[in-house]
Ligand binder design. Structure first.
Ligand code: DSN
Length: 448
């Protein structure tokens, strides 16, 4: 009863917030409202998105945002932290439970911040790291030249073999030659299962730490649809919004190596990671985001989430199959995850043009560099698709075939005029928009 009364204060507060926004800030209110409409009416096949449950959104929007804390539960630097302590402890416990981890840190602002904290902890400035190259599916924060991780560390990259699969043998050879202190397993645009056990063997053979970045596949890991790295890697990082249905934020996890001694500091690895987040790379965390993470981790541990993840993988395979049947070139020939990577060099257009033409028809994807790409990341020669939101909407194999047909219809109707300009046949556009509207009406966003 008391909980209900206290919760109703939140509901009243949020209601007042909506009213004040509409009355006092019509410009912002209109943009926020338009985006809900846009989300309802588009077929979102972007690989790095998922829908946050309304209870996650509400948790992220509470008055916890008014609380400033630093440090960790029970060891803060400000008064007034009692409820944030409960929330953070709950989020940590739920993260550990969902991922079957021994240690969790829920303070990182994002997956990028989590990676920076872990690298700062494990690798001295100028130290060597080994990771998947950006054009092979790696991530900016894995030592790419444009990232601080590529500027402060010496990054060496492994790549893909002729089949488009991670070249583990070459990763091992590079590890032996360059003796990295950290090896990163994980990717941003690699659609296949990552063999974390093999990566750990490679790391152990040269005495390196293994960092697994599961930002894209965290949901599949929680639900058992992808092998878990938690006990294989020394440290695992993820963002909380790509596939977990959580708020914008990051998470650091550890399994059996949590209590292992950190090699330089005399602390355990877990203690060392705690310090790497606060105070080394972050100040005050976002308490409302930690609340929303707690809610999302609880949902991710439910059977319904597991069912959704199974559908995500099955849908990606159906979509991949139909795209392939229609003549699209799939990197690695298919997918084991939620993700499909298309090489569209043979389609006579850049990834930028493909993404833009599809967006004009209500189909959302994103351009991506591919191995040996002759184009810059801003235009790229690849297109990345994913099935997280389509699956959360309840779509299945038939809708994936329709989605592949839509991609085919639109891209076949494009006449590229350079890498950034194009003409789109208006009849095809109109047919595609009608089909997208039908799909969105048949499979509405849950709870919207
Ligand atoms: N890392 C980017 C992506 O994969 O889309 C953004 O989170």
């Amino acid at each position: 009863m008391r909980v209900l009364t206290e919760m109703s204060q939140i509901s009243e507060l949020l209601q007042r917030g909506y009213e004040r926004l509409i009355q006092d800030d019509a410009v912002l209110a209109a943009a926020l409202g338009r985006d809900v409409t846009r989300q309802k009416n588009t077929l979102n096949l972007v690989a790095s998105v998922s829908l946050a449950d309304p209870s996650v959104l509400v948790s992220a929007g509470t008055s916890l945002s008014n609380v400033t804390v630093e440090g960790y539960p029970g060891a803060r630097f400000h008064s007034g932290s009692i409820d944030v302590d409960s929330v953070e402890s709950l989020a940590v416990e739920r993260a550990r439970l969902a991922f079957r981890a021994q240690y969790a840190n829920v303070q990182p602002y994002s997956g990028s911040a989590a990676n920076l904290a872990v690298l700062s902890c494990l690798l001295p400035p100028g130290g060597t790291l080994l990771s998947l190259g950006l054009d092979s599916g790696g991530h900016l924060t894995h030592g790419a030249g444009a990232s601080i991780t590529g500027q402060h560390y010496r990054a060496v990259h492994y790549g893909l073999d002729d089949q488009g699969l991670i070249d583990y043998e070459s990763a091992h050879e590079l590890a032996v030659r360059h003796r990295p202190k950290v090896i990163i397993a994980g990717s941003s645009s690699y659609p296949r299962i990552v063999d974390f056990a093999r990566m750990r063997t490679i790391a152990d053979s040269v005495g390196a730490y293994l960092l697994a970045d599961i930002s894209h596949i965290a949901g599949l890991v929680v639900s058992g649809c992808h092998p878990s790295p938690i006990d294989l890697a020394h440290v695992t990082t993820t963002s909380t919004y790509k596939q977990l249905g959580g708020p914008r934020g990051g998470l650091i996890l550890q399994g059996r190596d949590a209590q292992a001694p950190a090699r330089t500091s005399g602390l355990t690895l877990a203690e060392s990671i705690q310090r790497a987040v606060f105070p080394m790379t972050q100040g005050t965390p976002n308490p409302a985001a930690m609340a929303a993470k707690a809610r999302a981790f609880d949902l991710a541990a439910q059977p319904h989430f597991q069912q959704t993840c199974r559908r995500i993988v099955a849908n990606a395979q159906s979509l991949a199959e139909e795209l392939s049947r229609r003549g699209f070139q799939l990197l690695s020939g298919g997918t084991d995850t939620h993700m499909i990577m298309l090489d569209i060099t043979g389609k006579g257009m850049s990834g930028y043009v493909a993404e833009s033409a599809l967006e004009q028809c209500g189909v959302l994807v994103n351009r991506n560099v591919i191995p040996g790409d002759g184009r810059a990341p801003s235009t790229a020669s690849g297109v990345r698709l994913g099935t997280n939101i389509a699956s959360q909407r309840g779509m299945g194999a038939a809708e994936m075939r329709t989605s592949a047909a839509l991609v085919d219809l639109v891209l076949s109707a494009v006449t590229a005029r350079g890498d950034r300009a194009f003409a789109l046949d208006q009849d095809a556009k109109s047919s595609a928009m009608t089909a997208v509207a039908q799909l969105c009406a048949d499979f509405p966003l849950p709870h919207y």
